[in-house]
Design a protein around this ligand. Structure first.
Ligand SMILES: *Cc1c(COP(=O)(O)O)cnc(C)c1O
Length: 221
């Protein structure tokens, strides 16, 4: 199957309100262009270096998302063009994104990454810290970022009930923030959860964005 075939197959079964973010890490430019030529425009990388090498060589109407752990000293490299940062996992990072966005006279959309997995290796902030940060944001701080929702990565396990519970926790926390802190603001609307192995489950639990690499491009080398 070609990349275009795999994309079409996924688009046929994902509901229209769910955005498919094609994760291009380690993928070649021709592979990315194949997805682009099939009409896809939402792409994501998890490393700044790889993103800034590829971005100038690819069509300008690609909407680039950043999904990996982001060091504050690298925000400046993506600030001019990034369309959504999924992986804001600490207050200091939001502060630096805000500062760099201001330099470019932009507002950078962001998601707060919440730690939902039991594995100690996954990044993300606690729900408690995210709640405090959302209050601060809604009080008018960080004028050059827009907090659009949450992101989470479930535990890497065969136990689908555990994965479902982690997604359900994130969805309920998202709804609580939307109602109690954002007072139903339409701009707080994105829940990024689900990867190649668990995206169908994530959609059933309320994901509005799924981040898919290997099911589109094949296994990474
Ligand atoms: C690599 C990556 C994905 C996609 O992984 P697949 O299992 O290949 O779909 C999604 N989210 C993040 C944060 C990633 O780093």
């Amino acid at each position: 199957m070609t990349i275009a075939d795999r994309l079409a197959g996924i688009k046929a079964k994902v509901p229209p309100h769910v955005k498919i973010i094609a994760v291009t890490k380690t993928q070649s430019l021709p592979a990315i262009l194949e997805a682009y030529q099939a009409g896809h425009r939402l792409f994501a990388e998890n490393r700044v270096q790889e993103m800034i090498e590829k971005q100038p060589l690819l069509p300008a109407d690609i909407e680039w998302h950043f999904i990996g752990h982001l060091q504050t000293n690298k925000v400046k490299f993506i600030a001019p063009f990034i369309r959504l940062i999924h992986s804001v996992d600490r207050r200091e990072l939001l502060r630096v994104i805000d500062r760099e966005a201001e330099k470019h006279q932009r507002v950078i959309p962001c998601l707060l990454q919440i730690r939902i997995a039991r594995e100690a290796t996954k990044f993300g902030m606690s729900a408690e810290d995210a709640l405090a940060l959302c209050h601060e944001y809604c009080d008018g701080h960080f004028r050059n970022v827009q907090v659009r929702g949450l992101m989470g990565m479930a535990t890497f396990t065969e136990d689908s009930e555990q994965v479902r519970q982690e997604f359900a926790f994130l969805a309920s926390f998202f709804n609580r923030l939307r109602n109690d802190v954002f007072h139903g603001a339409e701009t707080f609307c994105e829940l990024s959860m689900g990867m190649s192995g668990d995206y169908e489950l994530a959609i059933r639990e309320g994901a509005t964005m799924v981040r898919l690499g290997s099911v589109i491009f094949g296994e990474r080398k």
